[in-house]
Design a binder for this molecule. Sequence first.
Ligand SMILES: Nc1ncnc2c1ncn2[C@@H]1O[C@H](COP(=O)(O)OP(=O)(O)OP(=O)(O)O)[C@@H](O)[C@H]1O
Ligand code: SF4
Ligand SMILES: [Mg+2]
Length: 339
Amino acid sequence: MSLLEVRGLTVTYAGGAAAVRGVDLRLEAGRKLGLAGESGCGKSTLALALLRLLPAGTEVTGEVLLDGEDVLAMKWGRVRAVRWAGASVVFQGAMHSLNPVHRVGDQIAEPILLHRKATPAGARRKTGELLEQVGLPAARAGAFPHELSGGQRQRVMIAMALACDPRLIIADEPTTALDVMIQAQILRLIEQLVTDQDLGLIMISHDLAVLAGTCDRLAVMYAGRVVEEGPAARVYEDARHPYARALSAAFPRIGDAASRFAPRGLAGDPPDPAALPSGCAFHPRCPVALESCPETDPALREAGPERRAACVLAGPPAGEVRAAGEEPEALEEARPSTP
Ligand SMILES: Nc1ncnc2c1ncn2[C@@H]1O[C@H](COP(=O)(O)OP(=O)(O)OP(=O)(O)O)[C@@H](O)[C@H]1O
Ligand code: SF4
Ligand SMILES: [Mg+2]
């Protein structure tokens, strides 16, 4: 049984924004899944939906199986138990949301006490251990948030997420506000924790390069859908979906001077989730769109070994088996070329 299996997840906000539209994902313990995509494509909404943290009035359908148990069908008492102990989230920009008037140690101990995982003395001991685990001296438990640097505060947030020994960690842009050196340290720390404790990790970022360097598999979202999914390095180096290709080409490659000086972007804006384009939602921006694309919304289909992409051009044409390595002409044209 997978640690996490998401089936047909859809989220529609009260105002009508279809922020997540039929997402299927799977994650095993000890594995790291990266979730990438432009601002507004639904990454945080998906993360919040996994633990039922969305505002009242939001419509959520589908299944979120955590160790086989559907979070969306749980009673509230069970959901509260699952948050923290089953799965916990390091939120986007969360290091700024530590309570400024409480010592960080008390803030880490709070969920431990709340979930009756330890006595007050046990919680203090555990807090010290957690701080050391994330590379801070146990004595920093007595510090107030303003006495810590941004990187230290983010370490505190990670310690807090680990407080109740969760099986799954969802890290939403855990390093975005940090400088590159601290970013690298935090990423190494998260990787280490996943490996040592056999946790599952979903790491969310708009930065495909960071995800490719950290995760085993990558899912690229566009307009609330996963449009490509596969082994992280393969998706980053050789995406099958035109949007994932454009996203990947927007990041300069180490050792490729041409891409450093001419990173490619993508023209146009992401669509409004309350007024999505017809057919394939990417068609108004797609450099290789076909005449049929405004009418056809392709489902994820096989696009290579352990790979799936939601594009009419990504899989072998119906009834025809393509030889390995051979690509449809139009998709070959869409591949970014090095000038
Ligand atoms: N509480 C809300 N009510 C209504 N619409 C919302 C709400 N929160 C987010 N949205 C909309 O849902 C869509 C997805 O937002 P979300 O925050 O999930 O994007 P994201 O991929 O995490 O973006 P970013 O990279 O900027 O964090 C956006 O169009 C956003 O405006
Ligand atoms: S289905 Fe059509 S519009 Fe969508 S990504 Fe593929 S070619 Fe482009
Ligand atoms: Mg977000």
